[in-house]
Design a protein around this ligand. Structure first.
Ligand code: NAD
Length: 292
């Protein structure tokens, strides 16, 4: 696999930027696998919630016997929470903030100033072209996608996305890192939606289409049918888990990138929920209601 005549960069410190749904899971996965892990968010309330979630998750793993007390203590000792970007000095930075190009570019530009040119800048974007992000960042050859799946502590797949600027050393380092995180990396092109989000679009869109067309209006029934046919989660429960804002952005970005094909038109049903602030599990209300 690593026949190229080069040493793979040693990674000891990872900075995860954005402590929301994905960032907190990625940080936990990194710390559990013995990386010094810095978790950064601009919102201190989100940071506090992430800390609480991670501590509870680690406690849970200990109770279930999946982590020893020593491993739990070691994991927590590896984690550093901060709202100061200057603390994000690392071998690899993984950004997991809002699914917006300008926000990601601005963050990575700041991170480039905080770090040396050797630091790999990875994005967990689901759908924004990695090449568009890289083009605006110094040394774009060290920028790549490192796309984890939700929940990041559990899901094995990581799409390692090669942008037009990304060099082999960056891809090799991220593939190695994914394996060290006990994930299954798949290197893919910077195509709209990469692999999984491209193929999964109709799963969400057709389900919402059934409802907006009035063909089947009971979302729980649709979820149950899909689950009983072998899917792990029904489309509505899955969108709530992902976050409706994120899922809606991904639909819009993939639709635009493919020239706005009718079959992939984003759903007004989802757009209305996003506009109302009903973003799914993370806000307590989406297609379903959640109590914390
Ligand atoms: N939710 C999913 O299922 C999923 C799966 C794979 C990839 N992703 C991708 O991961 C990224 C994050 O998604 P999420 O669901 O975790 O979002 P989220 O809304 O749960 O969290 C985003 C976090 O980013 C923080 N943030 C915003 N701007 C910031 C900045 N400039 N610096 C630091 N923090 C900032 C916010 O305070 C928030 O806590 C997106 O690019 C998304 O496409 C999401």
């Amino acid at each position: 696999m690593f026949a190229r005549n080069q040493k793979i960069m040693a990674i000891t410190t990872i900075a995860v930027c954005g402590a929301g749904t994905m960032g907190s899971g990625i940080a936990q996965a990194a710390a559990q696998n013995n990386f010094k892990t810095i978790l950064f968010d601009v919102n201190s309330a989100v940071l506090a919630k992430a800390k609480d979630t991670i501590v509870k998750s680690i406690d849970n793993l200990t109770v279930k016997g999946k982590l020893t007390q020593a491993q739990a203590a070691q994991t927590l000792a590896q984690l550093h929470f901060t709202d100061n970007i200057a603390d994000c000095k690392a071998d690899v930075v993984i950004e997991a903030i809002v699914e917006k190009l300008d926000a990601k570019v601005s963050l990575l530009q700041q991170l480039a100033l905080v770090n040396s040119e050797a630091t790999i800048l990875a994005t967990n974007t689901s759908s924004i072209p990695v090449s568009a992000i890289a083009a605006a960042v110094p040394k774009p050859e060290r920028v790549a996608g490192m796309h984890f799946f939700n929940p990041a502590t559990i899901m094995r797949l990581v799409e390692v996305v090669r942008g037009t600027h990304t060099n082999d050393a960056t891809i090799d380092a991220l593939v190695t890192l994914a394996k060290q995180l006990q994930k299954q990396p798949v290197v893919c092109k910077d195509a709209p939606g990469f692999i999984v989000n491209r193929v999964a679009r109709p799963y969400y869109l057709e389900a919402m289409q059934l409802v907006t067309n009035g063909e089947v209006t009971d979302i729980a029934l649709i979820d149950e049918a899909l689950q009983n046919s072998g899917f792990k989660m029904g489309p509505f429960a899955l969108m709530d888990l992902i976050g409706l804002d994120i899922n809606y952005s991904v639909s819009n970005i993939v639709w635009d990138a493919l020239g706005q094909p009718k079959r992939l038109t984003p759903s007004s049903l989802q757009g209305a929920k996003v506009a109302a602030g009903d973003l799914g599990k993370k806000t307590g209300k989406g297609f379903y209601n959640y109590t914390t």
